[in-house]
Structures are given as C-alpha cells and as structure tokens.
Ligand binder design. Structure first.
Ligand code: MF3
Ligand code: CO
Ligand code: CO
Length: 251
C-alpha cells in the first residue's frame, strides 16, 4: 500500500527534508582530501544531535553508522571507517537520512574530492545528476511510477552507462523505506499511478561499466560494481503535488 500523506504529515516531511538538505550543505566543506569517512560520519552525527534530531541509518537493520559514504566503485551503503581516507580525484557519495519529529528526509550527492577528477568520472557525476532530474520531471498526477525509470533509461543507456537494478528509489515518511519502489531503469510492466500526497525518492545509481553489483559478504552492507568501475548517485525526496512535484530536500 502506498501511503498518501495528509497536511500535517506533509508539513513534517517538509521539515525533515529541509534539515536533510541543510545537513548535506553543512558537510560539503569537510569533504576534502585527508578526511576519513568516519570523521564525516561523526561530523554529521554531531550536527544532527545538536539540532535535536536522530540519524535513521544508525541501527537500521543493523547498519552501524549514521550516514552512508560510498567512494569510487562503491555504489551505495558504504560504511564510514577511519581507514577510508579521501584523496583528490575520488568521487564520494554522502547519503544522509535524519529523523525530524518522527519523519525521515533522505538525500544524497556525489562530491568530486578536490574539485577535479578524470574527464570520464566528471561526466559520470554530471550525467548522474542530470538523470535524477530527468526522472523527477516525470513526477505529476496522471503519470505512473515507471515513467520515471523509463525516462532515465532513455537518457543513460544510449550513453553506455549501467543503471543499477538491485536498489531503487522508495516511499519515505515515518518509515525509512516503504512503497512504492521506484526503478531507475526501463520497466517491463506498468507500475502504480502517481497521486498527490505520495512522497518518494528518486536516487539513480549509475555505473561507468556494467549495471551488475556485488554485496559485501562480510560487512553485509557495502555494494560495489561487479567490474570495479566507478559509480555515482544523487538523491532527492519528492512530494507529489496537484500539478507536479515539490523537492523536499532542497535548501
Ligand atoms: N539512505 C539510503 C537510501 O537512500 C538507505 C541507507 S540504509 C542504511 O535508501 F542502513 F544503509 F543506512
Ligand atoms: Co533513499
Ligand atoms: Co538515501
């Protein structure tokens, strides 16, 4: 069942989304060569606590940290670690999901450490963000959930990228992950109609090579590209309005 949020829930989701967006902006200046992903985690956790909030990932199905930090060939769900130190030219996704007054805002962005990397990595990051926006533009009552992935696929596949299929966007609210699932690739069947009051994420994970991924067997979380090539991701939490959409995780 896809929840349709009422006015007061929407107001709470606006607050959660706004704080999530602020948190990502707050973290940006700390994303530099020499910083460990554990330090970024701790900075995010401290800022969240100081503002009276909590981090949804911490303890979620056993996830051990407060944010996800996914470097280079890590697709998503990277666990912050003191050994994982950023270097210039790395690409790193920071995914934050604070709980504000019981509701969760979910947003992520891929940063280029030091501002410069290889041309193909730079293009991957740029095209991944563009793909997210192309998907988001499909959000309006009358369209269906599969219109999102179809549009993203039509943009990315001709460019030769692999679109991750094992992980998708999702409804979000009081629950971190609820219906609907939002594929970022072409869907063989029609999915649910998009209706006002739905809130879900669009968060394409895009690979330079194959779409296939491996799940880390020992930590149970880290998702990596099967071929070891780079992967990028951007994510926003979106409210469906009468006319279209509202980005909840925008500052
Ligand atoms: N924030 C991720 C998402 O966009 C979910 C992370 S689950 C965690 O869906 F447990 F790894 F944090
Ligand atoms: Co998400
Ligand atoms: Co997320």
């Amino acid at each position: 069942m896809i929840y349709i949020k009422n006015k007061s829930e929407i107001e709470k989701m606006r607050k959660a989304g706004k704080f999530a967006a602020e948190l990502l902006v707050y973290l940006e200046p700390f994303v530099k060569s020499g910083v460990s992903t554990l330090e970024l985690n701790d900075i995010a956790e401290a800022y969240t606590k100081k503002n009276g909030h909590r981090s949804a990932p911490l303890g979620y199905k056993g996830f051990p940290k407060s944010i996800c930090t996914s470097i280079n060939q890590v697709v998503c769900h990277g666990i912050p670690k003191k050994e994982d130190v950023l270097a210039d030219g790395d690409i790193v996704n920071l995914d934050v999901s604070p709980i504000v007054d019981g509701y969760i805002g979910d947003t992520s962005k891929t940063f280029i450490v030091g501002g410069k990397t290889t041309p193909e990595a730079e293009k991957l990051v740029f095209d991944t963000e563009k793909a997210m926006w192309i998907g988001i533009e499909q959000i309006k009552p009358g369209n269906r959930i599969d219109d999102i992935g179809n549009a993203i696929d039509d943009f990315l596949t001709p460019l030769g990228y692999g679109i991750v299929r094992d992980l998708m966007g999702h409804g979000v609210g009081r629950n971190f992950h609820e219906e609907p699932q939002v594929p970022h690739f072409r869907s063989p069947r029609k999915l649910a109609k998009i209706e006002p009051g739905m809130i879900f994420t669009v968060e394409p994970m895009v690979n330079l090579g194959t779409w296939e991924v491996n799940f880390d067997r020992s930590d149970k979380w880290t998702v990596r590209t099967k071929d070891g090539k780079l992967s990028a991701q951007f994510e926003h939490t979106i409210l469906v309005t009468d006319k279209g959409y509202e980005i909840l995780t925008k500052v």
